[in-house]
Design a protein around this ligand. Structure first.
Ligand SMILES: C[S@@+](CC[C@H](N)C(=O)[O-])C[C@H]1O[C@@H](n2cnc3c(N)ncnc32)[C@H](O)[C@@H]1O
Length: 209
C-alpha cells in the first residue's frame, strides 16, 4: 500500500514503535507474506491507546481478518473487558479464533461469523469503542447501525479513510468516492465530533456527543 507519509518518515516512525511480543510479530510477518490487510503496529497501538484512555470495557470490531487488531483491542480493555468481533469469511474467522486462543484471550473475545450489517442489529448492550474496518462501501451504513449502540463519549475508529491519498486526488473510482462521501458524512454528522489522523492509511476517530 502507498503510505500517506513519505517513506523515510514511515521508517523513522517504525523505529519509534515499542517491540511487539512473538505472537503479534508472527501475525505481522504472516500478513505481509500472505497480503492480508491488517492495520499494522502503528495504527493498532494508536487504537489500543485510545481505547485504554477512555477505559473502554466493551469493544466492537467489524472486520476481524486473522485477529491481529482484535488482540490489540482485547489487551487494551483488560481482563474485565470484552470484545465482539465480526468477520464475514468463515475460514478467516476460524484462523482468528486460533490466534486469539494463542493469545489466551478466548474468554474475552467473541468472534461472530457474518455480515456486520446483519449481525449488528442483533447485538444487545452498548459499546465504548468500535473499530470499523470491513467493507469500505458499507462504512456509512455501519456507522448508522452502530450509533444507537455506542455510549455517549464512546468512539468509533474507521480505518483507511485516506485510501492511500486517493480521496484527495482527482480519482473517481467507486471505492474512492464512497470513502470521500463517508468522510463528508462524518464531518457533517450532528452526533459526532471527528478528527482524521493521517496515520498509515488514515484513521477517522469519531466521538459521540
Ligand atoms: C481490513 S481486513 C480487517 C483487518 C483487521 N481489522 C486487522 O487490522 O487486523 C477486513 C476484513 O473484513 C471482512 N469483511 C468484509 N466485509 C465484511 C462485512 N460486511 N462484515 C464483516 N466482515 C467483513 C473481510 O473478510 C476482511 O477479513
Amino acid at each position: 500500500m502507498d503510505e500517506i507519509t513519505r517513506e523515510h518518515v514511515e521508517k523513522y516512525l517504525h523505529n519509534l514503535l515499542l517491540p511487539r511480543d512473538a505472537l503479534l510479530t508472527r501475525l505481522e510477518a504472516e500478513a505481509e507474506q500472505r497480503n492480508i490487510p491488517i492495520v499494522g503496529p502503528h495504527a493498532a497501538s494508536f487504537l489500543a491507546l485510545t481505547a485504554r484512555s477512555i477505559r473502554a470495557r466493551r469493544i466492537l470490531e467489524i472486520g476481524t481478518a486473522i485477529g491481529y487488531s482484535t488482540i490489540w483491542l482485547a489487551r487494551a480493555c483488560g481482563r474485565g473487558g470484552r470484545v465482539i468481533t465480526i468477520e464475514v469469511n468463515e475460514e478467516t474467522a476460524e484462523e482468528a479464533r486460533k490466534n486469539i486462543a494463542d493469545a489466551k484471550l478466548s474468554k474475552q473475545v467473541t468472534v461472530i461469523v457474518g455480515d456486520g450489517m446483519e449481525v449488528i442489529p442483533t447485538l444487545t448492550g452498548r459499546f465504548d469503542f468500535v473499530f470499523n474496518d470491513a467493507d469500505k462501501h458499507q462504512y456509512r451504513d455501519l456507522v448508522e447501525l452502530i450509533l444507537p449502540k455506542l455510549k455517549r463519549g464512546g468512539i468509533i475508529a474507521t480505518d483507511n479513510v485516506l485510501w492511500a491519498g486517493r480521496v484527495a486526488s482527482i480519482e473517481n473510482d467507486p471505492t474512492t468516492q464512497a470513502i470521500r462521501n463517508f468522510n463528508e458524512f462524518l464531518k457533517d454528522h450532528p452526533a459526532l465530533e471527528t478528527v482524521t489522523v493521517p496515520l498509515r492509511d488514515g484513521i477517522a476517530l469519531s466521538r459521540k456527543h
